[in-house]
Design a protein around this ligand. Structure first.
Ligand code: HEC
Length: 136
């Protein structure tokens, strides 16, 4: 199991390196600058809306490195997670354990890193927020 976490960590690093490289190329291309400006405005579609506690906790943690609201990055998009699991107390409980312990298997071979410093209550706030995103 440990090996798997390590492997995904290496993969993440590689992916980030790749992203950094792409960005530089975009900037060099120059004439895409208008498209880039539009893209940037999409970064926070919730700007202006008051953030829920779970959303704030996620922003303070590392979640957004691997999860975006609409788009698969390293982990599944938040909306995909919300679409897969109905917002029930059992699912909130099960998924918050997974956030704390980490692991793979439900979406593919890439593992989520464990988050041993997150309390169960905070993890539940985050998962409730994620599962509340379905159907929006
Ligand atoms: C290193 C990248 C990474 C980080 C950081 C990360 N995740 Fe994940 N997450 C993943 C991956 C990969 C999966 C898919 C795991 C699987 O296939 O079972 C996942 C799955 C999930 C799931 C669904 C679990 C399931 O079994 O279907 C939830 C909920 C989740 N993450 C929440 C969070 C929260 C909350 C945080 C921040 C505290 C977080 N993640 C941080 C990579 C990450």
């Amino acid at each position: 199991m440990r090996k798997r976490y390590l492997a995904s960590l290496v993969l993440c690093t590689a992916l980030f390196a790749a992203c950094g490289g792409e960005k530089k190329q975009d900037q060099q291309a120059g004439d895409n600058s208008h498209e880039n400006a539009t893209d940037n405005s999409m970064v926070s579609p919730n700007a202006g809306k008051p953030a829920s506690k779970g959303e704030t906790l996620m922003a303070q943690s590392d979640c957004k490195t691997c999860h975006k609201e609409e788009m698969k990055v390293i982990g599944p998009s938040l909306k995909d997670i919300a679409g897969k699991y109905p917002n029930t107390p059992e699912n909130v409980d099960k998924l918050s354990d997974k956030v704390i312990k980490g692991g793979a298997g439900n979406w593919g071979d890439v593992a989520m890193l464990p988050h041993p410093n997150i309390s169960k209550d905070d993890a539940k706030e985050m998962v409730s927020y994620i599962l509340s995103l379905s159907g929006k």
